[in-house]
Design a protein around this ligand. Structure first.
Ligand code: ADP
Length: 715
C-alpha cells in the first residue's frame, strides 16, 4: 500500500521530467536545425556576394573593348571598303593585337548585314571572318545604336561565351558592329571545385552557366512559346535547343530569395540562394547541401536524447534516492521508537529490580573470578555497615571479616574458588563496622553471564544473628533449668545428708568435749591440742552442713570478695599438701602475680578446690605403676574479664565414656566412691555465676577448671 502510494507520488514529477526530456529533444533538434539553416544561409549569402562579384567582373571586364575598337578609324574605313584586302589585314592585325593584350577570347567586326569582316582569330580554323551573326541579339542591339550583351553558344565554335558589342557610328549612323567574345569557362572551372552546385539562369529562367554540365540549357520554369522561338532564332543555346526542365522540384521562398530544391530521382536536397544580377539580367543561384541541416538536427537530437536520457536517469536516481531516504527516515523513526520502547522497558525492569533488591532482606554479593566484589545490595550493606561504594572493588580480606575467624574466611574463599561451596550453605561470623558480631549463612553459586561464561560467584547472605541469639538464650535457659534441677536434686540429697550427719556430728562435738575434760589430768597439752583440732574439724563439718542446708534453702550464698590465689593456699594448707605428701606426689603452683579477685563463698570454693585436688591425687594413685612426671599443678589466671583456677594432674585422663558422665550424680569408677563430689562442686561453682569444666590435659592427665567472673570487670 505504502509502495503504491509512493509510486503514485513519484509518478507526477517523473511525467514532468519525461515531458521536459521530450521537449528538450524536440526543441534541441529544432533549434539545431534552425541555427544550422541560418548558418547555411549566411554562408550562401556570403559566397553569393563573392561569386556575383567575380561573375560581374568577368562579364563586364571586356565590355569596354568593342567600344574602344569601334572608335578606331581603321575599323570604320574597313567597313566602308569591305573588299580592300589590305585594310582587312590591317584590321585583323589590329583586332588580334588588342584581343591578345586584353586577354579576351575573340574580338571581331561585322558590317550592317551581320557579316564578319575582320576578326582577331582571322588566321585560325574557327575564324569568324565571313560568318554572319545578324540573328544574334548583341548584333541587333548594337545596330540599334546601343551596346549589347549576350551569352550564348558560339555559332562557329559551338563554345558558349559572353558576347558584348558596340556600334561603329559614323555621322550619326551605324555603319557596323564590333563585338567581343569572352569565354566563361575559367569561372566555371572554379565552380566545379566547390562542393555544392552553382549555376546562373538568364532572364527566362534557363540555366546557361553552371558547375553541373547536365543542367546546362535546362529551364527552371516554363518558358513561353514566343520566348522559346526567340531563343531558337537567336541560336542562343545552340541550333538544337528545345526547352527541357531542370531535374528538380523547387520549394520557393521569399526571404532569403530562393528556396529548397529536391533533385530527381536521387532525392538529394539543397538550399538554393538566388542572387539577382539585374545589370546583366541574370540570376546567380548558389546551393548548399541540406543534409548538413538534417545532420545538425540529428546530431542535436542525439545529443539532446543523450542529455534527456541523462536527465531521466538523473530523475530516476533522484527519485530512487528520495525513496530510499524516505525509507531510511522511516526506518530511523521506527528504530528510535523501538529504542525508546526498549529503554522504557529496561528502565521499568531496572526500577523493578532495584525495588526488589532494596526490599530484599537477604544480602546479595557478587564477586569476579579473582574474588573482587563487583556488586552488593542494600541488605548486604546494612548487614555489615559498609556502603556499596566502599565494598565494590574490594579483594579479600574483606573489611567485614571477623578478626577471630580470618583463617576460616580464607579457607572459605579457597573452597569457593575450587568450586566446592556447599549447596547447604556455610555459617559465617562477620564483624559489623560498629564492632558487633553478625552471624550469617552464606549460599554461594557460580555467576554465569549472558554468553554462558563463568565470570564469578554470587552469594546470598542470610542474617541469622537473631536466631543465633535466640538459640544461645535457649541454651542458657536450658542450662539454667538443668542447674535448677540439679540444685533441687542436690538440695534434696544434701538435705538428707545434713539431717543424717547432724546428729553424729553433734555427738562428735559432745564426745570431744568430754575427752578434753577427761584428759586434763594425763598428757594435758597434747590431748588438748588434738581435741581442739578435733573439735574444730567437727565444728567445721557442722558449719559445712549448715551452709549446704542454707544454700539448699535457696538462699543466696554469702558472697564476698576473695582471691583465688588465697583459695589455693588455703586448700593446700587444709589437707591437700598433707595428702600429696602421703601419696608422694609433688605439688606445683602457677599462680597469677596479681590477686585473682572474684566474688564467691570462700569456704565452699575451698571445698571445691580441695575436692578437685583429692580427685587428682586419687586418679594418679590409681595408676600402677605410677606414671612418670606425676604432679599436682594448681594454676590461677585473669583473662578477658574472667578468672580461672585450674587443677591439673598426670593421671589417666578422661576417656570419652567417663568425660560425658563425670558430673552425673552417683557416677563413680571407684569402689569406695559416692559419685557426688563433682556434681556438688559444679553446683557450687554455678551458684556463684561461674562454670566448672573438665578436659584432658596435653601430655596426659586431666584438667578441671573453675571459671568465675573477674571481680575487677564485674559491674
Ligand atoms: P567419687 O570421687 O566419689 O567417685 P566424684 O564425683 O568425685 O565421685 O568423681 C566421679 C568420678 O570421676 C570418679 O569416680 C572418677 O572416675 C572420675 N574422676 C574424678 N576426678 C578425676 C581425675 N582427676 N582423673 C580421672 N578421673 C577422675
Amino acid at each position: 500500500m505504502t509502495r503504491l502510494r509512493q509510486a503514485l507520488r513519484g509518478a507526477g514529477p517523473m511525467a514532468a521530467v519525461l515531458g521536459v526530456a521530450v521537449a528538450l529533444v524536440l526543441g534541441a533538434g529544432e533549434w539545431a536545425a534552425r541555427s544550422e539553416l541560418d548558418n547555411q544561409w549566411d554562408n550562401l549569402r556570403r559566397s553569393g556576394e563573392v561569386q556575383a562579384l567575380a561573375l560581374r567582373g568577368v562579364a563586364t571586364r571586356y565590355s569596354y573593348l568593342p567600344f574602344t575598337a569601334a572608335q578606331q578609324p581603321l575599323i570604320a574605313t574597313l567597313l566602308h571598303n569591305p573588299r580592300a584586302e589590305l585594310l582587312r589585314s590591317a584590321a585583323n592585325a589590329y583586332l588580334e593585337t588588342v584581343n591578345a593584350n586584353a586577354g579576351s577570347d575573340t574580338l571581331y567586326v561585322m558590317d550592317t548585314s551581320g557579316l564578319t569582316v575582320a576578326s582577331s582569330n582571322w588566321n585560325t580554323p574557327a575564324s569568324f571572318v565571313h560568318q554572319n551573326y545578324h540573328n544574334r541579339p548583341y548584333f541587333r542591339d548594337a545596330m540599334q545604336g546601343q551596346s549589347g550583351r549576350f551569352y550564348g553558344v558560339g555559332k562557329t565554335t559551338g563554345e558558349p561565351g559572353l558576347f558584348a558589342s558596340a556600334p561603329v557610328v559614323e555621322n550619326g549612323k551605324v555603319v557596323g558592329v564590333v563585338a567581343v567574345k569572352v569565354r566563361m569557362q575559367p569561372i566555371v572551372d572554379t565552380w566545379t571545385q566547390l562542393r555544392d552546385p552553382i549555376f546562373v539562369t538568364d532572364a527566362r529562367g534557363i540555366v546557361f552557366l553552371g558547375s553541373v554540365p547536365a543542367w546546362l540549357y535546362k529551364t527552371t520554369r516554363p518558358v513561353p512559346g514566343q520566348a522559346v522561338r526567340q531563343v531558337q532564332f537567336d541560336e542562343q543555346y545552340g541550333p538544337q535547343w528545345t526547352p527541357q526542365p531542370v531535374p528538380w522540384k523547387t520549394q520557393p521562398q521569399q526571404d532569403p530569395p530562393g528556396g529548397e530544391i529536391t533533385l530527381a530521382p536521387s532525392g538529394k536536397r539543397y538550399l538554393a540562394l538566388e542572387e539577382p544580377l539585374p545589370d546583366l539580367g541574370w540570376t546567380l543561384t548558389l546551393t548548399a547541401d541540406s543534409r548538413a541541416v538534417a545532420a545538425a538536427q540529428q546530431q542535436a537530437w542525439a545529443l539532446a536524447s543523450l542529455a534527456s536520457g541523462l536527465l531521466v536517469l538523473g530523475a530516476l536516481y533522484w527519485q530512487l534516492r528520495e525513496r530510499r531516504l524516505q525509507e531510511n527516515r522511516q526506518a530511523r523513526i521506527e528504530l528510535e521508537q523501538r529504542v525508546q520502547e526498549r529503554t522504557h522497558a529496561l528502565q521499568q525492569a531496572h526500577a523493578f529490580r532495584q525495588s526488589m533488591e532494596d526490599s530484599l532482606l537477604v544480602g546479595m554479593r557478587a564477586r569476579d573470578l579473582e574474588g573482587r566484589i563487583v556488586y552488593v545490595n542494600a541488605a548486604m550493606c546494612e548487614m555489615v555497615g559498609y556502603t556499596a561504594a566502599e565494598l565494590i572493588g574490594c579483594l579479600p580480606p574483606y573489611p567485614y571479616w571477623h578478626p577471630d575467624d580470618l583463617e576460616r574466611h580464607w579457607s572459605d574463599v579457597d573452597t569457593v574458588q575450587a568450586g566446592k561451596a556447599s549447596p547447604q550453605g556455610r555459617e559465617n561470623r562477620l564483624r559489623h563496622r560498629n564492632g558487633s558480631d553478625v552471624y550469617t549463612m552464606f549460599y554461594t553459586a557460580r555467576l554465569i553471564d549472558g554468553h554462558g561464561q563463568h565470570i564469578g560467584w554470587m552469594s546470598s547472605v542470610v542474617d541469622i544473628t537473631a536466631q543465633k541469639r535466640a538459640e544461645e538464650l535457649q541454651q542458657q535457659r536450658e542450662a539454667q533449668l538443668q542447674r535448677v534441677q540439679r540444685v533441687i536434686t542436690v538440695g534434696e540429697m544434701a538435705s538428707t545428708l545434713a539431717h543424717e550427719l547432724n546428729q553424729p556430728l553433734a555427738a562428735l562435738v559432745n564426745y570431744a568435749a568430754a575427752a578434753r575434760a577427761v584428759s586434763v589430768q594425763a598428757q594435758p597439752q597434747l590431748l588438748q591440742d588434738t581435741l581442739a583440732a578435733l573439735s574444730a574439724q567437727a565444728l567445721r563439718a557442722a558449719d559445712i552442713v549448715g551452709r549446704i542446708r542454707h544454700w539448699v534453702r535457696q538462699q543466696p550464698a554469702s558472697r564476698e570478695p576473695c582471691d583465688l590465689n588465697a583459695t589455693v593456699e588455703q586448700s593446700l594448707s587444709l589437707l591437700l599438701r598433707a595428702e600429696a605428701r602421703r601419696h608422694g606426689v609433688p605439688v606445683r603452683l602457677a599462680l597469677a602475680a596479681e590477686p585473682v579477685r572474684v566474688s564467691a563463698d570462700r569456704v565452699l570454693l575451698e571445698q571445691v578446690v580441695l575436692n578437685l585436688g583429692l580427685n587428682a591425687l586419687q586418679a594418679m594413685q590409681s595408676q600402677q605403676p605410677p606414671a612418670p612426671g606425676r604432679e599436682l599443678l594448681l594454676r590461677t589466671a585473669t583473662e578477658a574479664g574472667r578468672a580461672s583456677l585450674q587443677v591439673l594432674d598426670r593421671g589417666p585422663g578422661l576417656p570419652p565414656e567417663i568425660a560425658e558422665r563425670l558430673f552425673e550424680p552417683f557416677f563413680t569408677t571407684r569402689s569406695d566412691g559416692l559419685g557426688l563430689g563433682l556434681n556438688i562442686c559444679r553446683s557450687i561453682v554455678e551458684s556463684m555465676g561461674g562454670e566448672l569444666l573438665a578436659r584432658n590435659r596435653d601430655g596426659g592427665g586431666a584438667v578441671f577448671e573453675i571459671r568465675l567472673p573477674s571481680l575487677a570487670s564485674s559491674p
